[in-house]
Ligand binder design. Sequence first.
Ligand SMILES: [Zn+2]
Length: 113
Amino acid sequence: MHEMSLCEGVLQILEESSASQGFSKVKRVWLEIGELSGVEKEAMRFGFDVVMKETLADGAKLEIIDVPGEAWCMPCSKQVKVAARFDACPDCGSYQLQVTGGDEMRVKELEVE
Ligand SMILES: [Zn+2]
């Protein structure tokens, strides 16, 4: 499962922050997940609990923030919202879109002890 390795990546970020900022326990993690990132939220929640077991984030709560997909439409010369990576422009129907946002996942904030 792809989400499992993403959770391991999150754990790595937590461990690095713990070393640089000097906290020993993570209580809550806010994770931004873009609509176009292809990350399954349910799989993320499941993987999170499994991966964080017996680490500094054991029992931590996962808060998921949805980030809408955004693209730049060339014919319209403006930013439009898209729900899927290969969607057409909602205004003009063109496929000449460049994804500009909502295609990544990142740790936004931590609540630590
Ligand atoms: Zn357009």
